[in-house]
Unconditional design. Structure first.
Length: 103
């Protein structure tokens, strides 16, 4: 079994530019690439870049849908996962992102 040493995490948010909003956390034994994107099209570019750089596993933030993950996975041999939330946390997220009540 191979040891996991290179991990990628893609976060989606308004205004992120994948060529600007990125960081690498490298301990010498394990490295994590964190890259911000603003849409699935940019994520496609980042998945290809990370896979080409030897990243062994990619995880997507909860802002990506299952359909987004499936689309990205079709273009990559690297396993791609997605952050999900249980029903209790889904309810809390709904409150967090609910439109503000009228004033």
């Amino acid at each position: 079994m191979r040891e996991l040493t290179k991990f990628g995490f893609i976060v989606k948010g308004p205004g992120y530019q994948h060529d600007v909003h990125r960081a690498v956390l490298d301990s010498g034994r394990f490295a994590t690439w964190v890259v911000g994107v603003s849409n699935v099209g940019d994520a496609t570019t980042v998945v290809a870049e990370l896979a080409g750089g030897g990243v062994q596993l990619i995880e997507l933030c909860g802002g990506f849908t299952q359909e987004d993950r499936d689309f990205l996975q079709r273009g990559s041999d690297v396993p791609i996962g997605r952050v999900t939330y249980d029903p209790v946390e889904e309810a809390r997220l709904s409150e967090l992102f609910a439109p503000p009540s009228g004033h």
